[in-house]
Design a binder for this molecule. Structure first.
Ligand code: ATP
Length: 258
């Protein structure tokens, strides 16, 4: 498959498909993410968001289709594609017998940065994310939110062109959440591009300028935030597209105490 555009989008997803046994998790999925935008990937539990992001970042081999980062095919030219992105995967598997500072240093060196640059950036990132004191603590002893933040720091340290973040604010406290929002806004203002998955509509509405809504591995809506919202709230639009699930009368009646 060839990339048709002369100036390619930062991320191009083309006909991606993934099947687990009989279950099709992602089905013929295609969309682009233009430079300098932040796309929120939404969908109910099991919609295929994590599977899509894992295929887009070279962590999971697709059954069909391709993903391109700034014109580099993630599966044909992984070194070029991966060098341009920073990834915060779901259920972070990290070298948790390192301290936070060691993990960050390791990530920076792995990305080809020199020692002084790694040291300066790591100090700044740990400080910005409220992990300065925890820098000498083993990552295995971090809380869920702290693991999320050190994972984000590792994704940022080489100043990538594209950030792909699976639920970046999940388990993060409100103070750090505010900092992460500021970091992401500044990253995009500086020409970077972000793709993030989330279940928090407020986060996507306040941060993202583009939205993609997935259900059962297929794209239900995609485009500018206002285009997708179509005059209602994102929450309402999401429920309209995906279908709400009202509990029938009498369901869980045994929970009532009187
Ligand atoms: N490794 C796997 N083996 C088998 N099935 C899988 C695997 N990974 C994902 N699935 C299935 O693929 C579907 C999509 O899962 P995925 O994790 O991509 O959804 P998601 O949109 O990220 O969900 P959530 O919002 O709950 O995190 C689900 O039905 C899930 O059970």
């Amino acid at each position: 498959m060839t990339m048709p555009d002369a100036s390619p989008p930062v991320l191009a997803i083309r006909s991606l498909r993934k099947q687990f046994g009989q279950h099709v998790a992602v089905d013929d999925l295609s969309f682009d993410v233009p430079a300098g935008t932040m796309l929120g990937l939404l969908g109910p539990n099991g919609a295929g968001k994590t599977t899509t992001l894992a295929m887009a970042t070279g962590l999971l081999q697709p059954d069909a289709g391709s993903a391109w980062v700034l014109g580099a095919d993630v599966w044909q030219d992984p070194a070029a594609a991966k060098g341009r992105m920073g990834v915060l995967p779901d259920g972070i598997r990290m070298f948790d017998r390192l301290t936070g500072a060691e993990l960050l240093r390791y990530s920076g060196l792995l990305r080809g940065l020199g020692e002084p640059e790694v040291r300066d950036r790591a100090t700044e990132l740990l400080d910005a994310l409220g992990l300065a004191e925890a820098g000498s603590t083993l990552v295995v002893d971090y809380s869920a939110g702290m693991k999320k933040k050190i994972g984000l720091a590792c994704a940022l340290i080489h100043a990538p062109r594209l950030l792909i973040l699976d639920e970046p604010l999940e388990a993060v406290d409100p103070v750090s959440g505010q900092t992460i929002r500021q970091i992401l806004r500044a990253f995009v203002a500086g020409g970077g591009t972000v793709v993030l998955s989330s279940h928090v509509m407020e986060l996507v509405e306040s941060l993202c300028d583009r939205v993609a809504i997935l259900a059962e591995g297929r794209l239900l809506a995609h485009g500018d935030l206002d285009e997708v919202r179509a005059g209602v709230s994102l929450q309402q639009r999401f429920l309209d597209l995906v279908g709400s699930h009202d509990l029938g009368e009498g369901t869980l009646a045994w929970l009532r105490s009187s």
